[in-house]
Design a protein around this ligand. Structure first.
Ligand SMILES: Cc1ncc(COP(=O)(O)O)c(C=O)c1O
Length: 487
C-alpha cells in the first residue's frame, strides 16, 4: 500500500473491479429509489483524514456499498428534475480513458488538444457557426455563459476594459438585455463581470414565454435616452423553466440595427439544432456573436462539459490572454499545437473533457443524437397529450422542446390558487420521498407547477403514464386527509 506506481497487471485488475462496479450500478439502478437521499446516514462520511492507506478492495467496497447506491438519480428513467441528463455510458468509459492519459489541455501539440479542437469544430457546425469559429470546453453552461459574456464585455467596451475597468468617471454604464425567463447564471456573470445586475434588463415574455422584441426595443431606447450604453442581448435557446426559444432571428436583427453583441444561451436547447425537424426553431442562432452550449445536457455526456463558442476567432484571447513567463514558448520549440486553450478562458490547467464528447459523437454519429433528442421531445408531447386527456390535470403550455409543465387541479375541489400551489408542491415532495420518481417544481407567473424535463434516453411512455397516475393518487390522498392542505 505504500506504492503509488502500480504495475500494468495491477492497474488492469483494479480497473476490472471498477468496471464490475459500474456495470452493477447501472443494472441495479432500477431496484433503488430514484434519488439516493443520504439523510440520517450522513455520519458514514464524517470520518477523520485517514492516517494510513487501506487496501483498494476495501475502499472500493465502501464506494459500492455506500456511495454508488445513493446517486443524484439522473441516470434513472424516472428522473425528470432540473436539466440533468442521463449519462451516456460511452462518456463514462471515455472519462476513465481520459484520466488515464491525464493530459493538461491548456495547449501543446498533443492528441488531446487536437481532439478538443475537433470537438469545437463539430459543435460549431451543429450550431451553424463557420468552421473558423473559436471555442473552448468549460465546466458547464454557467461557465460557458460567463466566458462568452467576458468576450462580449471586452468587445463592446471602449478602451481596454481589462485595464481600465468599468468603474469611475467617464466609464460606460453597459446594459445587458435578456428575457425574464433567462437562467440565473447570466445574473451571476453580469455581476462578476462588473456590469452590475442593476444593468441587467429582464424583458417581458409573450404567452409562449419568449422575449418580447417590442419591449426589448423600448428598453434599449429608454436606456440610450438615459445616457447608458446598451451593449449585449442574451437570447435563450431553450429556457430552463419551459424550454421556450426566444425569437432569435428578430433578436439578431435588433442587435444588427443597434450595434449590440448578440449572445445566445443554448445550454439546454441548442443541441436540438441537430434535428432537421427542430432546426427551424433556432433560426437566427447562426447570426450570434457567441453561443453557450452544454454537452452535459442534450449530448448526454457525463458531467462536466460545457462549451463557449464565438463566431469571430480572436475574441476569446482578447478577453483572456495573460500568459505567465514560464509558459512562453521558444519560436523553435516543438511544443505548440493548434490551439492555446488557456488563452480562451479562465482556467490554465484543464482536463481532457473533450474525449467524452468526441467519443460520443463518433460512437452515435449525428443520426444517433437526432433520434435520441427527437424521442425526448416526442415524450414531452406525449406527456402533454396525456395531461390534456385527464380532467384532473392542467397543462401550462404546449411543450416546445422536452419540458412539460402541468399541475394537478381536481375538478370538484374548491381550492384557491394558493391552495393549488401548496397541494402541487406537496405532491412533488411525496413523489420524491416515495423514491419512485424525481421531479422539481417550478414557479411560473407566480404559481407552482410540476415540471418534467426529459433529457433521458431511458424514459418511456409507460414511465410518464405512471407519473401521472401516481401524482393523481397522491393528490386525491392529500385532498382526503386535508381539504385545504398547508405546507
Ligand atoms: C438555459 C440554461 N442556461 C444555463 C444553465 C446553467 O448550466 P450549468 O448547470 O451546466 O452550469 C442551465 C442549467 O440548467 C440552463 O438550463
Amino acid at each position: 500500500m505504500d506504492e503509488f506506481d502500480l504495475s500494468p497487471d495491477e492497474v488492469q485488475r483494479i480497473g476490472r473491479l471498477a468496471a464490475d462496479a459500474v456495470a452493477g450500478h447501472r443494472r441495479d439502478l432500477l431496484s433503488h429509489p430514484v434519488f439516493g437521499k443520504v439523510g440520517g446516514d450522513a455520519a458514514l462520511f464524517d470520518e477523520p483524514l485517514p492516517e494510513e492507506g487501506r487496501p483498494f478492495e476495501e475502499v472500493l467496497a465502501f464506494v459500492r456499498e455506500h456511495v454508488m447506491p445513493r446517486p443524484m438519480g439522473n441516470s434513472h428513467p424516472r428522473f425528470f428534475g432540473f436539466i440533468n441528463a442521463t449519462a451516456d455510458p460511452v462518456g463514462t468509459v471515455a472519462d476513465y480513458l481520459a484520466s488515464a492519459m491525464n493530459p493538461n489541455c491548456w495547449g501543446g501539440d498533443h492528441a488531446a488538444v487536437h481532439v478538443e479542437n475537433a470537438v469545437i469544430r463539430w459543435l460549431a457546425e451543429i450550431l451553424g457557426f463557420p468552421s473558423t469559429a473559436e471555442g473552448l470546453l468549460v465546466s458547464g453552461g454557467s461557465m460557458a455563459n460567463f466566458t462568452a459574456l467576458a468576450a462580449a464585455r471586452r468587445a463592446v467596451t471602449p478602451g481596454n476594459v481589462r485595464e481600465d475597468g468599468l468603474a469611475g468617471e467617464g466609464r460606460p454604464r453597459l446594459v445587458v438585455y435578456a428575457s425574464e425567463q433567462v437562467h440565473a447564471c447570466v445574473d451571476k456573470a453580469v455581476d462578476l463581470l462588473g456590469i452590475g445586475t442593476r444593468q441587467l434588463r429582464k424583458i417581458e415574455v409573450d404567452e409562449r414565454f419568449r422575449m418580447r422584441v417590442d419591449r426589448l426595443s423600448e428598453a434599449i431606447a429608454a436606456d440610450r435616452r438615459a445616457g447608458l450604453v446598451p451593449a449585449i442581448v442574451v437570447g435563450t435557446a431553450g429556457t430552463v423553466n419551459t424550454g421556450a426559444v426566444d425569437p432569435l432571428e428578430e433578436l439578431a436583427d435588433v442587435c444588427a440595427r443597434e450595434s449590440l453583441w448578440f449572445h445566445v444561451d443554448g445550454a439546454y436547447g441548442a443541441m436540438a439544432r441537430l434535428s432537421p425537424k427542430l432546426r427551424p426553431l433556432f433560426a437566427g442562432i447562426e447570426r450570434a456573436h457567441s453561443i453557450a452550449a452544454d454537452p452535459h445536457k442534450w449530448l448526454y455526456v457525463p458531467y462536466e462539459a460545457g462549451a463557449t463558442l464565438v463566431r469571430e476567432a480572436g475574441r476569446l484571447p482578447d478577453a483572456f490572454r495573460k500568459f505567465p513567463e514560464y509558459l512562453a514558448s521558444d519560436p523553435e520549440s516543438p511544443f505548440p499545437g493548434p490551439a492555446w486553450f488557456a488563452e480562451r478562458g479562465v482556467e490554465l490547467s484543464r482536463g481532457f473533457k473533450a474525449l467524452k464528447v468526441w467519443m460520443g459523437l463518433k460512437r452515435h454519429g449525428r443520426r444517433g443524437y437526432v433520434a435520441a433528442i427527437e424521442r425526448d421531445v416526442a415524450l414531452a408531447r406525449f406527456l402533454s397529450e396525456e395531461v390534456r386527456r385527464r380532467s384532473d390535470f392542467e397543462l401550462l403550455a404546449e411543450p416546445v422542446l422536452s419540458i412539460a409543465n402541468f399541475r394537478y387541479r381536481p375538478r370538484n375541489a374548491s381550492l384557491d390558487e394558493g391552495g393549488l400551489d401548496r397541494l402541487n408542491r406537496r405532491i412533488v415532495n411525496r413523489l420524491v420521498a416515495g423514491g419512485a420518481f424525481f421531479l422539481a417544481p417550478t414557479i411560473i407567473r407566480g404559481r407552482s407547477w410540476l415540471r418534467v424535463s426529459i433529457t433521458n434516453f431511458r424514459t418511456t411512455e409507460g414511465d410518464l403514464r405512471a407519473l401521472l397516475d401516481e401524482s393523481a393518487r397522491l393528490g386525491r390522498e392529500l385532498m382526503e386527509n386535508s381539504p385545504a392542505p398547508r405546507p
